[in-house]
Design a protein around this ligand. Structure first.
Ligand code: GDP
Ligand code: MG
Length: 463
């Protein structure tokens, strides 16, 4: 039996349930792992549920099929599989117009008449609208006075989540209700005043949209008209999900919980300002399913890591930043440039001090090692702990603390990526690659379950 199979059948846990969690700073390959796990389950089961519980259009999960690829934002990564039900849960913030555009994009890229998977959106999911995006841009335009908002994606994610805390969220079901114009009109007026308070006229702010030019938010009339145009089409996808999830969770249907962003971006465990507003950890699933799925019952909890390095966007100062001559080469080989901005991403050595912490607070029990093909003919440097002066210290989610720590490195032997690409089974992979995997797992108290050595579906070895 493989470690993967064992992880799905832990004693006292709900069999065939797995969470796919970003273990460090995101873009580790959660999308492709979710896609492959969907395929894995569909070999044995007629149906599988891929459930997204956090984030929204700020995510970018790459999946590929027959040489074509797409970066999914709001749609779960099981979408290419017939037999899969993709659920967008209550814990997400969803831009309805972008969602419909994204559905069209999936069909266009892969040449589908209809989506292969069934897509179901929880009527309780919070709306993410152009108003939120305009407000975020207004905050951003204040520049240095609001450093934190500079890190925002412009997708209005944190204002949508803030609506919930401020006690005025607008939800999918509000948009589909009889009184939708009243509710969303009031919402527009509120954001107009908030933005006016920041010294701007909301109507003239240009907001980001999926696959199109930035567009002006415009008047209340324009805002409501744009929503009216999609209400009918949206109805096909929006459902009350509570009973459905309860029934399926109590059946033998496999569940894959595909998390967005990563634990290092969670506002509680990452460092400001480069954090996201949603819950990026295992326990967010309990909230999104209204407690039907107690996240403690989920059998497997996969943390996805880029094996030999970490990439990061933003101001964050990582103790293990790589020397620029090596970082540059790696950046080119692994295409570590911002997808929309083209900006070079920061590159750092794998930091086990940090990863240990993220595994603990994020609920990770297994590791998926992606990007094992990003390897060079020199020792693999891995940070095993921190020092502050002569004393040993530890990771804390505090930028000031992290600026004063010095990493302690261990050097491990490199492996051959050509060799790895020839292996179909874990037992056949090179000793050096195995030693690396075993070392990282032991140091973090986790079990290794998968290795990938390229972005395609077949570039995977189960452990
Ligand atoms: P996610 O946000 O965690 O789903 O990850 P992204 O899709 O944003 O980023 C992962 C990137 O790495 C994508 O461009 C993938 O095609 C690519 N990728 C995934 N796995 C591998 C791998 O094993 N090796 C290489 N070289 N690239 C990979
Ligand atoms: Mg991504």
């Amino acid at each position: 039996m493989t470690n993967l199979e064992r992880s799905l059948k832990k004693k006292g846990r709900r069999a065939n349930s797995v969470a796919v969690i970003g273990a460090i700073f995101g873009d580790e390959g959660k999308g492709r792992i979710t896609d492959e796990l969907t395929e894995y389950f569909l070999k044995k089961y007629k149906r599988v549920i891929v459930y997204r519980d956090n984030g929204g259009s700020n995510a970018g999960h790459t999946i590929s099929m027959n040489g074509k690829k797409i970066g999914l934002h709001q749609i779960g990564s099981g979408i290419l599989h017939k037999g899969c039900v993709v659920v967008l849960g209550k814990g997400m913030v969803i831009h309805p117009i972008d969602l419909l555009d994204e559905i069209e994009e999936v069909k266009r890229v892969f040449g589908f008449k209809n989506l292969p998977a069934k897509l179901m959106v929880d009527e309780m999911a919070v709306l993410n609208l152009d108003t939120h995006r305009a407000f975020e841009l207004a905050l951003k335009s204040r520049g240095q006075k609001t450093l934190g908002s500079q890190a925002a994606t412009g997708r209005g994610i944190s204002p949508s989540y803030a609506d919930v805390i401020f006690r005025f969220p607008v939800r999918m079901r509000d948009l589909l209700s009889e009184d939708w114009k009243g509710i969303l009109g009031e919402h527009y007026d509120l954001y107009k005043e908030l933005i006016f308070g920041l010294g701007m006229d909301c109507a003239t702010i240009k907001v980001k949209r999926f696959n199109s030019e930035d567009m002006e938010l415009g008047s209340k009339r324009k805002f409501l008209d744009s929503l009216e145009m999609i209400r009918e089409e949206l109805k096909e996808y929006v459902f009350p999900m509570n009973e459905y999830i309860k029934k399926e969770w109590n059946s033998s249907t496999p569940f894959i919980f595909e998390k967005a962003q990563a634990i290092g971006l969670d506002s509680r465990w990452g460092v400001y300002p480069d954090v996201s507003a949603s819950n990026c950890c295992l326990d967010g699933i309990t909230y999104s399913t209204e407690g039907i799925v107690d996240a403690n019952d989920i059998s497997a909890r996969f943390g996805v890591i880029k094996s030999t390095y970490t990439s990061s966007v933003g101001k964050r100062q990582i103790p293990t930043f790589m020397e620029e001559k090596y970082a540059k080469q790696l950046r080119d080989d692994a295409h570590e440039y911002g997808t929309t901005t083209g900006r070079p991403r920061d590159i750092a050595y794998l930091d086990l001090e940090m990863l240990r912490y993220f595994c603990k607070v994020g609920g990770i029990e297994e590791l998926v090692f992606t990007h094992m093909d990003i390897i060079y003919k020199r020792d693999v440097k891995v940070c095993v702990g921190y020092k502050r002066g002569k004393e040993k210290t530890y990771y804390r989610p505090d930028q000031k603390h992290l600026e004063n720590v010095k990493p302690i490195y261990k050097r491990l032997k490199y492996w051959s990526k050509e060799d790895l690409k020839k292996c179909e089974r874990y037992i056949n992979i090179q000793k050096e690659a195995k030693d690396f995997i075993q070392f990282v797992s032991k140091e973090t108290g986790t079990t290794p379950v998968m290795v990938t050595y390229g972005p395609d579906r077949s570039d995977t070895i189960l452990i």
